[in-house]
Design a protein around this ligand. Structure first.
Ligand SMILES: Nc1ncnc2c1ncn2[C@@H]1O[C@H](COP(=O)(O)OP(=O)(O)OP(=O)(O)O)[C@@H](O)[C@H]1O
Ligand SMILES: Nc1ncnc2c1ncn2[C@@H]1O[C@H](COP(=O)(O)OP(=O)(O)OP(=O)(O)O)[C@@H](O)[C@H]1O
Ligand SMILES: [Mg+2]
Ligand SMILES: [Mg+2]
Lengths: 257, 257
């Protein structure tokens, strides 16, 4: 079961939007997908129309309670073939609670065992930090997508993120974490500033940057308020086309299952 | 010395942009301002043209090393009357390092004593989390400004943030933390979606929402790449006008020093 962690410690760069819409695009092609909400803000949960506070069992219980498996906290969504492992604000306590626990970075990896027969693909939405939750996603994952907002601060954090991925690979064999790519987000074709930063990114990272970029569009911002992915909220929109294009690009990689 | 914490656990909602440009606007009026970068991403530091990795002593040392005072890590900036207490990625270690320390939420409050004779105003840029660094800012601060991006997820996190402020006030007397206001950011007058969320915010929070809003403008996104505040980078721009208007609105409050 390929497990894609959507990671960037920079806030507001499009992680949740990418996690939801890429998952939905895979599900629309018939892949059985599990989206794991690993951010205590629970935006992936809300963006799929699920009430975080109405869940009696969430990712938090799965990580901290030995009697609760990840498989038992999954729930269906309004998207066929897409399940969700929701979270809520309780997960914020996990960071502190787990800080003394031996093997704390491996908890999600263990839990992923309980679901890998049920799904073809798992996507993990991470919080804007490189703390214990994101580390769990990186250790448990097989792949990483890094949404990168085309703005001034984009580059700075990337160096540290790529360094963290390297460290994880060394310290947790047989972790074979691969960076699938850097996904440029909030792209505005009309502005010089946006084009310059895009060129700079491609100049520095070459093939690591996806050909697909996600343009800044109103429909992508609106879809969560309808509790839907953009593919159902606005199927003809540029946002929908962009995320379908991302999944096409991912599937065109020969190594994909 | 009024100490304003710029707080919101939501990523990318304009905390750093507000911390830099509000500080610059106060400094342009002759206030002696200290901007404290409390986010290990060091965006406030970079946005003022200071290299985080070139600093031998930063906020990290001031918080974790008894021999280093906050006063000793301050540095001048390219803005008259504005000093900076920079940080860099080392501060990311503080969260874990301090987790066992008794009185860990009070460290910044103690350090602020060492600078209060030198400045009229202190502004603290916080990371996108409600962890130990933000808690230090809330316990050490006298006031809070909450930048709120006019997007779907805006409301959810606010409830938790306002709850946290309440808890801080109860647990750390004589903390008298006041919320100066909610600052709507990334406002786009032209879109229905943006207007609707603005109305919703004002409907729910009334006077707590600043009259001033910060419009989404290219100059605000570009200014950090020049290492300047928008007030010098593009003094005639709407972004500059918006932040001057915010400071005017703050100063029109009779209780201001
Ligand atoms: N391409 C886009 N066009 C317009 N709005 C977008 C786009 N991508 C994301 N948004 C909106 O911008 C805001 C931030 O995006 P998102 O929540 O996906 O970022 P994030 O990286 O998950 O943030 P956080 O760091 O807080 O988890 C959201 O309100 C989202 O709906
Ligand atoms: N009003 C605006 N118009 C255009 N761009 C903006 C505006 N405000 C902020 N930006 C840009 O959007 C990005 C996010 O803003 P900023 O860094 O201030 O948010 P933040 O809340 O500090 O993020 P983080 O949670 O990562 O600390 C930055 O690249 C910034 O330059
Ligand atoms: Mg998110
Ligand atoms: Mg910031």
């Amino acid at each position: 079961m390929r497990t894609i962690a959507v990671v960037n410690q920079k806030g507001g760069c499009g992680k949740t939007t990418t996690a939801i819409n890429a998952s939905a695009a895979f599900a629309s092609l018939g892949y059985r997908v599990l989206l794991i909400d690993l951010d205590p803000q629970a935006h992936a949960t809300m963006g799929l129309g699920v009430d975080p506070d109405a869940q009696s069992r969430t990712v938090y219980e799965a990580l901290t309670n030995r009697g609760v498996s990840l498989s038992s906290v999954t729930t269906g969504t309004n998207i066929e073939w897409l399940d969700l492992a929701p979270c809520n604000v309780l997960l914020a306590g996990a960071e502190l609670e787990l800080s003394g626990v031996l093997g704390k970075e491996l908890l999600l990896a263990k839990e992923l065992m309980s679901v890998r027969e049920r799904y073809n693909l798992c996507v993990i939405d991470c919080p804007p930090s490189l703390g214990i939750l994101t580390l769990n996603a990186l250790v448990g994952g097989t792949d990483v997508i890094v949404p990168v907002q085309v703005h001034y601060y984009a580059l700075e954090g990337l160096k540290r993120l790529l360094e963290t991925v390297r460290i994880i690979r060394d310290r947790f064999p047989p972790c074979s974490l691969e960076i699938l790519g850097l996904l440029l987000t909030f792209v505005e074709d009309g502005t010089v500033f946006s084009r310059e930063i895009q060129q700079q990114m491609r100049g520095l990272f070459g093939q690591l940057v996806f050909d697909t970029v996600i343009h800044k569009t109103i429909r992508l911002a609106e879809a969560p308020s309808a509790g839907e992915s953009v593919l159902t909220y606005a199927p003809e929109s540029r946002g929908a086309a962009d995320y379908r294009s991302l999944v096409d690009e991912l599937l065109s990689d020969a190594v994909w299952t």
